[in-house]
Design a binder for this molecule. Structure first.
Ligand SMILES: Nc1ncnc2c1ncn2[C@@H]1O[C@H](COP(=O)(O)OP(=O)(O)OP(=O)(O)O)[C@@H](O)[C@H]1O
Ligand SMILES: [Mg+2]
Length: 226
């Protein structure tokens, strides 16, 4: 197999049959040794973080499969921390789609003059472009269309899928006494050109609280899969 991309938390290989293999590493995003799901740098390495992230990802992608929500997921092997997925082409150089149920993180930093920390939000969706040098700036529907990254119809599908998927995750967590504050998803086009969820769904991509206290990704996996 051929290494096609070395990411911050995963490496990407092309398989001979045309599918893609993602390897989950023990690196997690953050700054100065402190985990931050929104960070664009590897902040720390935690033994077992890769397998833990994959266990969570497998759990949520299998829930989505039952609901017939389109994703790239095919199979996962926890032992080797690898996941086999359908190949995707991303929008532009890649987008991140965030769904927010409470005002924290960059939303609070930007709009703090108009909201309080932790204020409820109604599955608020926003899109950012993956651009580490420019700190993943938010982008509007109009800008996405003008720049030829996404059509208006595709934008509508993206927002609808994001709300559906985020609500599935929120409800799964709520059943375990956990509250989802926000989550970051990635989408791409499958070989037929249809939009599907790609990448991962793990503690590294979301903020979850238990009784008002933030739950770290590794603790989250233990609580969700217990
Ligand atoms: N089905 C797929 N086909 C092709 N590429 C994929 C697929 N699923 C995920 N990817 C890509 O694999 C890469 C995984 O790398 P990783 O998660 O380490 O993120 P990254 O690119 O370093 O950046 P970030 O931390 O901002 O997500 C991402 O670029 C992601 O878009
Ligand atoms: Mg990533």
């Amino acid at each position: 197999m051929e290494l096609v991309y070395k990411g911050k938390t995963k490496d990407v290989y092309k398989l001979e049959d045309g599918n893609v293999l993602l390897t989950f590493k023990d690196d997690v995003t953050g700054e100065d040794g402190v985990f931050d799901p929104g960070a664009n740098t590897v902040g720390l390495t935690i033994e077992g973080a890769g397998q833990s992230g994959l266990r969570m990802t497998k759990f949520f992608f299998e829930k989505l499969a039952v609901k017939e929500i389109p994703t790239h997921y095919m199979d996962a092997d926890i032992e080797s921390a690898t996941m086999t997925v359908k190949p995707a082409t991303v929008f532009g150089k890649g987008l991140e789609v965030i769904c927010r149920f409470r005002a924290v993180g960059s939303f609070l930093r930007r709009y703090g003059a108009y909201c309080e920390e932790g204020q409820p939000l109604d599955a608020f969706v926003e899109v950012t472009i993956k651009d580490d040098d420019r700190n993943d700036p938010p982008i509007t529907k109009d800008a996405l269309a003008q720049l030829g990254i996404l059509t208006e119809d595709e934008y509508t599908v993206l927002v609808k899928l994001t709300k559906e998927i985020s609500t599935v995750v929120k409800e799964e967590l709520a059943a375990k006494g956990l509250e989802l504050y926000d989550i970051k998803l990635e989408f791409g086009r499958d070989p037929e050109g249809n939009i599907m969820l790609i990448d991962e769904i793990s503690g590294g991509n979301m903020r979850v609280y238990q009784d008002g206290v933030y739950v770290t990704p590794l603790d989250l996996e233990k609580l969700v899969l217990a």
